[in-house]
Each structure stands twice: as structure tokens, then as C-alpha cells.
Design a protein around this ligand. Structure first.
Ligand SMILES: [Zn+2]
Length: 242
């Protein structure tokens, strides 16, 4: 599989390596297969601006949607990342099995930190993880990735009470009240569920800025960007918020 766009992307170009045997042109003279054999290096990551990281995430999603994913050589990526990791982003996404960030953003081993919790809400442990990702390990982007048809959001709307889930769903509750919506405000109405999920991403971003001095400072200094997006589980698209 060859992705020509990849060749135009300077942030990725130096990460490309021809895998053994893959560099051979086919008998029909077509382009060689490229495989994504190396993890992100410190040099390549440090050269990227937060905006370039966001662009690379969006490009990865485009490859996913068009079924032109890179051929990840996970064994090679594992090998090149064994002595250090230099991910460019940290993702906060839902545990939903249909939203695996590395797959829908076409990322490999060592490319991104990934924290997952139902309803992609933040808490002290997640903030600590993100602070490590950005302030210690050098990630440039915090992406809060919500998704359509989120069961956690539905549960919050339906006021589900069950063990520890109750506390978690309570964190989504303020987003329900804050969501302006014409139509039925019910858990069965996916348009409403998706609207609340979007508000929830926005409110999670506000929480991150409010409760993490470290991340808020890095953002003010222009060293990182904290952004939101919604993943559509039907068409596979990640829509980044402006
Ligand atoms: Zn979800």
C-alpha cells in the first residue's frame, strides 16, 4: 500500500523506511510498498509545531477513512521505540470499543499517549498522566476525542445509577444542562446524545485548563494546544473543533 500524501508530509517523511523486501518494484513497475517501520524520533517530534501535530492527526484519520492506512510494521516500531518514546500527542478518549484512537487516527507504536475512560471525562489521575505526557515527555497536543452514540453520555442522560458508574456519569451531567437543543432531550434521541457529547468534550477541555496549571501554562506559552474533536462511529470521520 502506498500513500503518496505521506511523501509530501515533511513531518513524516523521515520516518519512512522501506521494509526489507518491500522496496522492490513489482514486475509491473508500480511504486514500491512503503511500510511505517519506525517510531517517531525525538528530532522529528520536536520539529513539529502543535498545529502540525493536529494536521498529522487529521491526515491519519483521512487515511483511515479512505482505507489507505500505512502498513505499520509494529515489530520494527517496537524495536525502534524500546529505548525511548517521543509521542507527539496525548489523547483522552472514551473506552468505547468502536473508537480505538490509534486505529482511527492511523498511528503506530510510540506515536501517541492514550488515556481512555468512559465518556472521556477528566480526573486528577488523567490530568497527571497528561501533564507527564506534555511537560515531561514533550507531547505537543492534548486531544479530547468524543464520539457519536456514546453509551456513557446516554447513561448520564438516562440518569443511570450503578455502583461506581454513578460517580462517573455525574461528571457528564453538567453538559446535559448546558446543551442547547431543540427536540427531544432523551437518551433514545441520538441527535441529542451527540450534542451532549460535543458539549462534554468542550467542558472537559475547560476542566483541563482549570484544573491543570501545568497544561494551562504550556498552552499559554504556545508549547502545546488543547483541542477537541468528535469521532463519528458511522462514517469514521474525526471532526476537529475550531
Ligand atoms: Zn463513549
Amino acid at each position: 500500500m502506498c500513500d503518496k500524501n505521506l511523501l509530501k508530509d515533511p513531518s513524516k517523511r523521515n520516518l519512512l523506511k522501506y521494509s526489507a523486501g518491500a522496496a522492490a518494484f513489482t514486475a509491473f513497475g508500480s511504486l514500491p510498498t512503503l511500510s511505517y517501520a519506525a517510531s517517531l524520533t525525538k528530532e522529528a517530534r520536536d520539529k513539529m509545531t502543535p498545529d502540525q501535530v493536529i494536521t498529522s492527526l487529521a491526515e491519519g484519520n483521512k487515511r483511515f477513512i479512505s482505507n489507505k492506512r500505512m502498513e505499520h510494521d509494529y515489530i520494527a516500531q517496537k524495536k525502534t521505540s524500546q529505548h525511548g518514546q517521543y509521542p507527539s500527542s496525548v489523547i483522552l478518549s472514551c473506552i468505547d470499543s468502536r473508537v480505538p484512537a490509534e486505529i482511527v487516527l492511523d498511528a503506530g507504536i510510540g506515536d501517541m499517549f492514550n488515556s481512555r475512560v468512559a465518556g472521556n471525562v477528566s480526573n486528577a489521575d488523567i490530568l497527571g498522566s497528561m501533564e507527564f505526557a506534555c511537560a515531561v515527555a514533550g507531547a505537543k497536543v492534548v486531544l479530547v476525542l468524543g464520539h457519536t452514540k456514546c453509551g456513557a453520555v446516554q447513561g448520564a442522560i438516562a440518569k443511570v445509577k450503578m455502583g461506581n458508574l454513578t460517580t462517573l456519569l455525574n461528571k457528564i451531567e453538567p453538559s446535559i444542562a448546558k446543551t442547547k437543543f431543540k427536540g427531544e432531550r432523551k437518551a433514545e434521541n441520538y441527535d441529542f446524545v451527540d450534542a451532549v457529547a460535543k458539549t462534554n468534550v468542550e467542558m472537559t477541555i475547560q476542566e483541563i485548563r482549570k484544573n491543570s496549571e501545568t497544561l494551562a501554562k504550556l498552552e499559554k506559552e504556545g508549547k502545546i494546544k488543547i483541542v477537541g474533536a468528535m469521532y463519528n462511529i458511522s462514517n469514521g470521520k474525526v471532526d476537529f473543533f475550531n
